[in-house]
Design a protein. Structure first.
Length: 474
């Protein structure tokens, strides 16, 4: 997906940008970038691939070259950025998070007949941040340009712009699908995707942008350039999966939400009489662990870690681009604790079940390690639709999703007309899907959190939360 960090100060900010961006490394695995502005020497920029080397390692040697009192940086799961743009609006740097589903149409409609050109990447596609900048440049000022770009784009657009005056303009997506937060200290202000990133750097909470809001940030303060809109559809996956445990979005802490979510799932299973009798409840590392703690506490079962991840050399299982390599890395990372597996009945809670590419290997690994029973729980409902608002998954089709593939196997195209019923485990179709997946992967039981349970755990107005990937509703 991606994340960003920026700062404007009366003192040098290169280290703040370096560490602030590094604290967003859990959000992407492909590119990292930093651009610092100095009043005398102008912009200094560097972009590196971080597919096989962490951001901090790649950029540490560049720190000596950076100097200035303002800057932005990003972790990107898509295109190289930040970009440096020269236009009638001046010279500025820009970084974006989001997705442009109608990129080809925008290129054709707005630029093909007007002599404009884009630098094609190796894939032949246009860099989405460059396209966003081109849309912005169609207007007479940055604010109107940002609003125009967000309206034209099908998908989402959250961004930072660093001007040649050393100020940062931050814009949250039109319906606030991702968070943008401002921090402050006695020397300046920062802007971030994750709040904990600036807390660790000595900043305190100052402001959280509303949907569509645009803010200018200076060392001595910030001011609203365009007010927030009424409609908000913040991504629910921020709490269930993407977000870091000590971050807060819309006043709701990630770790606390996950505890509550697991507890609600166990509570509801107990009420339905389907709570299994197990020796241990465990979380699939890492983001499944807090959901599992909540489940264990509510169910009364002991919490344990029957296997741990070996992370010193392979910190993220989804890092390699090749799926076969990712599967092998995931397998190599799973280190069993035999004393907690041998002849034990285990229930695992994962943050989600998307494509199911590693589930079979995980359950086989557990049975090979001596488990008597393996039960699986997903901390969110069955994913029925590929996200079209964020760069959430590398899948190219809804049929890459485990739930949709299973439905197709059961009923063919007819089954695709009954997705809501399949997502409800209390229905005949829902039960049939659970049974089929259990048989396919070797689980003794399988359960998904309900959409109502997930929204209860988040705790904000459900109309302000995007649940498209589960419900298909805009």
């Amino acid at each position: 997906m991606g994340g960003f960090f920026g700062a404007v100060s009366t003192q040098e900010v290169s280290l703040d940008i370096f560490f602030g961006v590094d604290y967003h490394s859990h959000l992407g695995t492909r590119r990292g970038g930093m651009i610092i502005h100095d009043a005398k020497d102008g912009f200094q920029r560097q972009i590196h691939s971080i597919e096989n080397t962490p951001f901090r390692t790649k950029f540490e040697k560049d720190l000596a070259k950076f100097h200035g009192c303002s800057g932005i940086g990003c972790i990107s799961d898509t295109d190289p950025q930040p970009l440096l743009v020269r236009s009638h609006l001046g010279l500025y740097a820009i970084t974006t998070v989001g997705i442009i589903n109608n990129a080809e149409a925008l290129v054709d409609e707005y630029f093909s007949d007007h002599g404009h050109q884009f630098m094609a990447m190796s894939s032949g596609k246009v860099n989405s941040t460059e396209l966003a900048a081109a849309l912005i440049n169609q207007k007479d000022n940055l604010v109107d340009g940002i609003l125009h770009a967000q309206q034209a784009i099908q998908g989402s657009l959250t961004l930072l712009i660093l001007t040649d005056h050393g100020e940062i303009i931050a814009a949250r997506d039109r319906v606030g699908r991702l968070p943008v937060l401002i921090g402050k200290n006695d020397k300046g202000h920062c802007v971030s995707f994750e709040s904990f990133a600036y807390h660790k750097l000595g900043y305190e909470d100052a402001y959280e942008l509303g949907p569509r809001e645009i803010v200018r940030i200076r060392a001595d303060g910030f001011d609203v350039l365009s007010p927030a809109g009424e409609e908000m559809k913040i991504c629910a996956f921020l709490w269930s999966y993407y977000g870091y445990p000590n971050s807060n979005y819309e006043g709701v802490n990630v770790e606390v939400m996950r505890y509550n979510n697991g507890a609600i799932m166990a509570r509801d299973e107990k009420e339905r009489g389907v709570l299994p009798d197990v020796d241990y409840v465990a979380g699939v590392p890492d983001s499944g662990i807090p959901h599992a703690i909540g489940y264990a506490n509510q169910s009364g079962a002991h919490f344990a870690r029957p296997f741990v991840k070996y992370t010193p050399t392979w910190p993220r299982s989804f890092m390699p681009a090749n799926q076969d390599v990712r599967n092998q890395v995931a397998k190599m990372k799973q280190i069993p604790v035999p004393e907690l597996i041998q002849d034990k009945r285990l229930l695992f809670v994962d943050d989600s079940i998307v494509r199911g590419t590693q589930l079979r290997e995980t359950v086989e690994f557990l049975y090979e390690s001596g488990a008597r029973e393996v039960h699986m729980r997903s901390a969110c409902p069955p994913i029925m639709y590929s996200c079209k608002y964020l760069n959430f998954s590398r899948g190219n089709s809804d049929m890459d999703l485990l739930a949709r593939r299973t439905i197709q196997e059961l009923e063919g195209d007819e089954g695709q007309q009954h997705l809501e019923e399949y997502a409800d485990s209390s229905t005949r179709r829902g039960q049939c899907m659970l049974k089929t997946i259990c048989e396919k992967f070797g689980f003794d039981s399988l359960g998904y959190q309900s959409l109502d349970g997930l929204l209860e755990a988040i705790g904000i107005d459900r109309d302000k939360v995007c649940t498209y990937c589960w419900s298909g509703e805009e």
